[in-house]
Design a protein around this ligand. Structure first.
Ligand code: BG6
Length: 424
């Protein structure tokens, strides 16, 4: 039973029915739509998971005709076959900001373009600051629920920028949508190796038995990137590595790795076990951590006329988990931009004979392998919440970030050369 349930996670939607969906993309001309969502749509059509005449409605402040938007989406995929899939879709564009007046008329467009009996997914890849206004407006235009079919909401990370803002978001969203229809996205949870962490534990029992402070000295989770902040400096200058990567991807991976395997792997059982880990994490004293900024960051910020901030583009944070099984194992989470190499790995260091187990997160992508977003969209269509974060996990992660913020001034802050390793 257990292994079967696990396998459901590896091959999530293989045999699901072709669905009639309309996707409403807030932030529809952004980078994420271009790089991740459009290839994911092509993939879902290729695998017969959604109909090839599904509707996509893009929303942003830009001025574009439906035709121009279609061209933009087609240009987002490389292969001819994928271009053909996107060309067949029913593609519309709505120009407006995310306020009441900006969104007036959205209902008419959605109702005109949607086929009867069609499910609807709202995908918000905007700043979290727009989430409450968008949700309120969907309700006021009576676009928040449909008879007999589903209406689901997807929120890109970061979900807020501290504990109180994330709680406020939950409050506003829950006035309109029930938690069941809310999908908080963390794309690392859909990376193949991350999805398979629980499979590894349940199938490799010899390894799983060594998962404790009796055998393990330390665990490192590393997401090093060789690129800088690129065209996202405006977002990044207010955010930094702790809020951009640590609060979400790194803490999610750590909790998945340390959690106990529940008897049955339902979404809620998994969230409950991850939550136990998150609640028991403590941040070690300031002298254990390092924050840093790559040298050319200052120039990039100036070029974009941004206020120079002491924002971290690198963070190495050490933690302890108070649960008796893990107490004393050094937990090291590291991430950064413009580092020497692009590396994504989990390293488990054992006490004896300097043995270690390394799990690679970035696997070489074969052409045509589904990106994480195709997996995530399939799961949203299925209504399975396993690969998404529950509101109490998000809140707990913000509490951990707040503990770091309290000691931030005491943490060593270094400038590192572009494409170097700050710890070398
Ligand atoms: C995003 C962060 O969530 O993850 C980016 O906002 C980061 O700053 C990205 O570059 C890394 O994702 P991946 O899948 O390319 O490793």
């Amino acid at each position: 039973m257990q292994i079967r349930d696990n396998l459901k996670i590896i091959f999530p939607t293989k045999f699901m029915q072709k669905q009639e969906i309309s996707f409403v993309l807030f932030g529809g001309t952004g980078d994420l739509t271009k790089r991740k969502l459009v290839p994911a749509f092509a993939r879902l059509i290729h695998e017969g998971r959604i109909r090839d005449d599904s509707t996509i409605i893009g929303i942003s402040r830009k001025k574009m005709s439906d035709q121009e938007y279609k061209k933009f989406l087609i240009g987002s995929v490389k292969e001819d076959k994928d271009k053909e899939y996107i060309r067949k879709l029913d593609i519309r564009f709505f120009s407006g900001d995310f306020t009441k007046s900006g969104l007036s008329g959205l209902k008419q467009l959605i109702e005109k373009s949607e086929k009867p009996g069609c499910n609807r997914i709202y995908y918000l890849s905007t700043s979290f600051r727009f989430f409450p206004d968008i949700v309120k407006e969907l309700k006021s235009q009576n676009l928040h629920k449909k008879d007999k079919v589903f209406t689901r909401m997807v929120f890109e990370k970061p979900f807020g920028d501290d504990l109180s803002s994330s709680e406020e978001l939950d409050k506003e969203i829950h006035k309109v949508f029930s938690e069941e229809d809310v999908f908080r996205l963390d794309h690392y949870l859909a990376k193949e190796t991350v999805m398979n962490l629980n499979v590894l534990k349940s199938t490799n029992t010899a390894l799983y038995k060594t998962f404790s402070n009796k055998y393990i000295e330390s665990i490192e989770i590393i997401i090093d990137e060789d690129l800088g902040v690129e065209n996202r400096i405006e977002y990044y200058n207010d955010t930094g590595a702790i809020k951009d990567m640590f609060q979400s991807h790194l803490l999610q991976m750590l909790s998945l790795l340390l959690m106990e395997l529940p008897h049955t792997l339902t979404a809620d059982n998994i969230h409950d076990e991850k939550l136990k880990i998150l609640k028991n994490l403590e941040i070690l004293p300031a002298s254990n951590h390092i924050l840093g900024q790559y040298e050319s960051y200052e120039k990039e910020a100036k070029a974009s006329s941004l206020k120079l901030s002491k924002i971290e583009t690198f963070a190495k944070i050490e933690l302890n988990c108070k649960i008796p099984k893990w107490d004393g194992v050094k937990l090291i989470l590291r991430t950064g931009k413009k580092l020497k190499n692009k590396i994504g790995k989990i390293k488990i260091n054992f006490k004896t004979n300097s043995n270690n187990v390394i799990i690679d997160i970035y696997k070489k992508q074969e052409p045509n392998t589904p990106n994480e977003y195709a997996t995530l969209l399939s799961e949203i269509i299925k209504g399975d919440k396993t690969l998404f974060t529950r509101s109490d996990e998000v809140a707990e992660s913000w509490k951990i970030v707040e503990k770091i913020e309290k000691i931030r001034d005491k943490i060593k802050f270094i400038k590192y050369k572009d494409n170097s390793d700050p710890e070398e």
